[in-house]
Design a protein around this ligand. Structure first.
Ligand SMILES: O=C(O)CCC(=O)C(=O)O
Length: 313
């Protein structure tokens, strides 16, 4: 079941963004499939989340480890609910939501967010993939979806910063078969794309934000450094593109309560993630529909009351 978007006349005016995108930034996103916005947040705004992640790098036991193609652990925690914690506040901030809407080209709602954490010296990598390859199977008819990736830590090639293939969103949705222990983009297509298109290492400092299209090929390598690498990914879907299949109710359209951009500066949040409900991914050893194996599962179900989503990447 999905709700339909309210008529524009029913909507309360949203707080204005302090950082609306320029026409050039929107054109860059449309041409390249991504746009990097330096200093989208100030480092001070992101510092409380950085400190929370440093203090509790397993996110209260909710950080799951999913096997990559080589069987190494890639660690992530995801949510769709919006708490009053930093992880529920940041995805609702005017500058993020309104930039996502400008790039998708129409109003958006929150699809899901995640913290993707690479501990110093961790071997896990995100294999090359498009997010829409997975969201297609979750019932979104159009690829009208975008992600805002916010650097919580410094991200650089040695600690596994995000890598993107410029212009790869123009390829459309590619097949994602099983590759080794995981699923990833078809290696034959990938080889062709990498030979013809430029690959970009997305180096970021805390507060930088990268918006990318749901069909943009992206990946990241292991963390060979002594520094943690945490990225906050906030993903959005067009309000009229709610999933049409059963089992995706947690991803169904819900209006966003857009928050003023001053919330972080004014300290209007409860904690880092203490009150946040996270998606339950299943138990250690389980394998999901896409073939991802959980090397370390979620906290036991009785301690979390959250949607089951073993599929979403
Ligand atoms: O955080 C990363 O390095 C990439 C994460 C990613 O691509 C994903 O979660 O789909």
């Amino acid at each position: 079941m999905s709700l339909t978007a309210p008529a524009p006349s029913d909507q309360v005016p949203a707080p204005a963004s302090v950082r609306p995108l320029s026409a050039d930034e929107i054109a860059c996103y449309q041409r390249d499939g991504f746009v990097l916005l330096r200093g989208f947040f100030s480092p001070e705004e992101i510092e409380p989340l950085r400190v929370s992640c440093l203090a509790d790098p397993l996110v209260s036991g909710n950080l799951v480890a999913i096997a990559d193609s080589q069987g190494n652990a890639q660690e992530v925690v995801s949510w769709t609910e919006m708490s009053d914690d930093l992880v529920g506040v940041i995805p609702r901030m005017a500058r993020v939501v309104q930039a996502a809407a400008a790039l998708v080209g129409r109003p958006v709602y929150h699809w899901h967010s995640k913290l993707s954490m690479k501990a110093p010296g961790s071997a896990g990598r995100w294999d090359w993939h498009q997010d829409y390859a997975y969201w297609y199977h979750e019932g979104c008819l159009f690829p009208d979806m975008a992600t805002c990736t916010i650097a919580v830590d410094r991200a650089f090639p040695e600690n596994g910063c995000l890598r993107l293939v410029k212009g790869s969103h123009h390829l459309g949705r590619l097949e994602h078969p099983r590759v080794g222990e995981a699923s990833a983009v078809d290696p034959v297509r990938l080889e062709q794309a990498l030979a013809r298109l430029e690959t970009v290492d997305c180096e970021m400092v805390p507060g930088d934000a990268l918006f990318f299209d749901s069909n943009t090929l992206h990946a990241s390598g292991p963390n060979l450094s002594q520094e943690p690498r945490t990225l906050l990914h906030c993903s959005y879907n067009a309000t009229d593109n709610s999933p049409f299949i059963a089992g995706q109710e947690h991803h169904a359209y819900r209006p966003i309560d857009i928050l003023p951009d001053s919330v972080l500066r004014e300290g209007r949040f409860k904690s880092g993630f203490g009150d946040q409900q996270f998606i339950y991914r299943g138990e250690t050893g389980q394998t999901n529909t896409y073939g991802y194996k959980l090397l370390r599962g979620s906290r036991p179900r009785d301690k979390v009351s959250s949607p089951l989503d073993p599929f979403s990447t």
